[in-house]
Ligand binder design. Structure first.
Ligand SMILES: [Cu+2]
Length: 227
């Protein structure tokens, strides 16, 4: 009797060690044609500036990402950039962005391999596509198949933020996405009016001012975060 109780206890202890595997991110299909969101970094002489422009890919699968950043620090790279879950709040503090966009629960524990981007956190842009190498300016364009321009879907980023980090994850600067161009397929049709209206109202975020953002970005420059 005592030995069987012991055996049961041992079994119960071992069972939870079964590893749970995260779900691979699905390729996003059917993104609305022409939908475009832009994150413009605040203007600050001591911080990187520039834009991240994400547009529905030509075949509707994912988005075309255009990164154009200047005034990067002379050292501390390769710089990382991620889509974080929350928009930066009215304080402008980049830490209010919270954790990464990670709808499939990959978590920080998993090291992203660019060869298997579907296994990475959806928001881990530099993990999937490479970091920003040392140098003053950086321009790159690529397709990311795992991001959505359809509001309300798991991989939608239009109401979120982008955060740029030093290689050691210290925050450099951040910006919110705002809608730049609505779906060309829905803009003219009266039948699609509802969808368009909702998209517009959910992504307009009142933190776009470069002056306010710049000031607070400086204050948070040396804040270390793990996300
Ligand atoms: Cu980040």
């Amino acid at each position: 009797m005592r030995s069987s109780k012991f055996a049961f206890g041992l079994l119960a202890t071992l069972l939870p060690t079964t590893l749970s595997q995260s779900t691979p991110a699905p390729i996003v299909t059917g993104n609305p044609a022409g939908a475009q969101y832009i994150a413009t970094l605040p203007t600050n002489a001591s911080l990187p500036n520039g834009t991240f422009v994400l547009t529905t890919a030509s075949d509707g699968n994912g988005v075309y990402v255009q990164v154009n950043v200047a005034n990067l620090p002379p050292s501390g790279g390769p710089f990382l950039y991620h889509i974080h879950l929350n928009p930066i709040d009215s304080s402008g503090n980049c830490s209010t962005a919270g954790s990464h966009l990670d709808p499939y629960n990959v978590t920080e524990a998993f090291v992203c391999d660019p060869a298997n981007p579907q296994m990475c956190q959806v928001g881990d842009m530099s993990g999937k596509h490479g970091g920003i190498a040392n140098g003053t300016n950086y321009t790159v364009g690529y397709v990311d198949q795992y991001l959505s321009t359809q509001p309300g879907t798991p991989a939608f980023f239009g109401n979120r933020s982008i955060v740029v980090h030093f290689a050691n994850k210290t925050i450099l600067t951040c910006a919110n996405f705002t809608i730049s161009s609505q779906s060309s397929s829905g803009a003219g049709g009266s039948g699609s009016g509802n969808g368009n209206g909702r998209a517009g109202s959910t992504v307009v975020i009142p933190v776009g001012g470069s002056n306010a953002g710049g000031g607070v970005a400086t204050a948070t420059m040396l804040q270390t975060v793990t996300a």
